[in-house]
Design a protein around this ligand. Structure first.
Ligand code: ADP
Length: 200
């Protein structure tokens, strides 16, 4: 905390908000290659939680890179700053009592570790969407792989930039071997006990 920035003592704390909501607040972080299925699965997990009356919010490239992070590129140092800011935003949302879903490639181990530090270990659920680069390139949802192969995009994860595989994720989803519905159900099963207020 900077000198002369004296924290205000708020009347309401996270615990008051989670009690009002009737569930815990935490971050579900989806990591994996572009086109691996992060957004597809995260959106369906959010829908399932919403239908159970859980207060949620989704962060992804669309609402982050177009706004708070529009000054950042895909160079390694900017990617690190991108993830740091997202983690800080997620941290505020957790404090606000929300279950936050974040779908970002987040290729560097140290950046994902930093998220864990910012939001605290207990608030971090890491979902590794493990889809092979071959399958992601075959899907090429956004046409990015084609552009990367043509040299039009630099720093494309899996092609010209590394993806550091998570060592100890809370769950691994293999989209080439199971349906979207099965993946969503597995994640929901993992999440349900964490929503219980007395499990915080
Ligand atoms: P990302 O957010 O990781 O970049 P997207 O969710 O935007 O990826 O795109 C993944 C694509 O893969 C979608 O078109 C989706 O329909 C397709 N797909 C095929 N099988 C699966 C699966 N089992 N799980 C998730 N996505 C799948």
């Amino acid at each position: 905390m900077k000198k002369h920035i004296i924290p205000h003592s708020y009347h309401l704390q996270k615990a008051d908000r989670t009690k009002l909501n009737g569930h815990n607040a935490f971050l579900i972080w989806f990591t994996g290659l572009s086109g691996s299925g992060k957004s597809t699965i995260a959106n369906l997990v959010e829908k399932a939680l919403f239908e159970k009356g859980i207060k949620t919010y989704s962060l992804d490239g669309d609402n982050i890179r177009g706004g708070i992070n529009k000054d950042l590129s895909f160079a390694p140092e900017d990617r690190t700053e991108n993830i740091r800011r997202i983690a800080e935003v997620a941290n505020l949302m957790i404090d606000a009592g929300l279950v936050v879903l974040a779908a970002f490639v987040s290729p560097y181990k140290k950046d994902r570790q930093n998220i864990r530090t910012i939001v605290k270990d207990v608030n971090f659920v890491e979902v590794y969407i493990n889809t092979s680069i071959e399958e992601c390139e075959r899907r090429d949802v956004k046409g990015l792989y084609k552009k990367a192969r043509a040299g039009e995009i630099k720093n494309m994860t899996g092609i010209s930039a590394p993806y550091e595989v998570p060592q100890n994720p809370d769950i691994i989803i293999k989209t080439e071997h199971e349906s979207i519905d099965v993946s969503v159900a597995k994640i929901i099963d993992l999440i349900i006990p964490k929503l219980e207020l007395n499990n915080e």
